[in-house]
Ligand binder design. Structure first.
Ligand code: GTP
Ligand code: MG
Length: 300
């Protein structure tokens, strides 16, 4: 909470590994929830999310702001892109004490990923970040959950082989405040941008479509403007509404995870086996067994 990056890194590791003291540490973060502007960056694999985050971080450092980045590493062979850690090393924020970058593996969290990300966001906030970028690959439930805990979401797309599959992909199309058509140095960017414009025209909220190329730098000013507009909203009168939405999302994710964890703690395979036998032998009904299992978890 004094702004030490290394202390923050250690704190996140401690919480990620559920080491002793993790809960106490989180409890001591106190009332900082909702102090940093959290922007989710999502989109299909390889669209250039990390490259864009890298550029945005550089721009915000020029403004003198303190920036956190949390990248959810899908640990999946589907993505052809580089991990954020690699990209950031290129830009050399390693020596900048005002930039904190962390990648978190999405594997092995079995439903608790969003809770883990929420904890990490809270710690980055406590460290004093003005802004936190959370990069997720838009292929799963985690993106929709992270959209709920962020204050704003940028969906990053790129020109594809001519169809609108990416755009229509379930889940992604409802969550964006900003739609970014990246790689507009390639053919087909105009087509996808038109499609997106037609889509956002029918939405009530003001949503933006921005064409950029992270490589040539074209359109980056507009993207920055769009992000700044969201951040201004967060810091202004409408910010309360954004905080409410995010805090609701965080609360729900943390509570769901706690309930799940207490279920896993309280219910062992021995108990499950015993109840299964009773149901099989028609001594109790399935519903009664479910009642017993749930009661055991809730009493813990
Ligand atoms: N032509 C072109 N290539 C780009 C642009 N932006 C990024 N790329 C390239 O696209 C590839 C993927 O970029 P990343 O930034 O790693 O994409 P990502 O969306 O973070 O990828 P994942 O995290 O794996 O989903 C890299 O080879 C980038 O150099 C762009 O504007 N134009
Ligand atoms: Mg990436």
């Amino acid at each position: 909470m004094k702004g030490d990056r290394r202390a923050l890194a250690r704190a996140i590791t401690l919480v990620e590994n559920r080491e002793n003291g993790a809960r106490e540490l989180l409890a001591r973060l106190g009332e900082r929830a909702g102090t940093s502007f959290v922007l989710g960056i999502t989109g299909p694999p390889g669209t250039g999310k990390s490259t864009l985050v890298d550029k945005l971080v550089a721009s915000y450092r020029k403004k003198g702001l303190r920036v956190g980045v949390i990248a959810i590493d899908p640990s999946s062979p589907i993505t052809g892109g580089a991990l954020l850690g690699d990209r950031i090393r290129m830009a050399d924020f390693a020596t900048d004490d005002m930039v904190f970058i962390r990648s978190m593996a999405s594997r092995g969290w079995s439903g608790g990923l969003s809770a883990a990300v929420t904890d990490a966001i809270r710690m980055v906030e406590a460290w004093g970040a003005d802004l936190v970028f959370v990069e997720t690959v838009g292929i799963g439930q985690a993106d929709v959950e992270i959209a709920r805990i962020a204050h704003g979401v940028a969906v990053v797309l790129m020109p594809s082989s001519g169809d609108d599959v990416q755009v229509s992909k379930a889940g992604l199309m409802e969550v964006g405040d900003i739609y970014v058509v990246n790689k507009s140095d390639l053919d087909g960017a105009g087509q996808i941008a038109l499609h997106l414009l037609a889509m956002v025209r029918n939405s009530k909220e003001r949503r933006q479509v921005v064409r950029v190329s992270a490589v040539t730098g074209e359109g980056m000013d507009q993207l920055m403007k769009a992000v700044e507009a969201l951040r201004a909203k967060f810091n202004g009168r409408d910010g309360r509404e954004m905080r409410l939405k995010s805090i609701s999302g965080m609360m729900v994710e943390l509570a769901k995870h706690r309930v799940l964890a207490s279920f896993e703690d309280a219910v062992d395979s021995e108990l499950i086996g015993r109840l299964a036998e009773q149901v099989t032998d028609r001594k109790i009904t399935l519903a009664q067994a479910v009642g017993k299992l749930s009661a055991r978890a809730l009493s813990g």
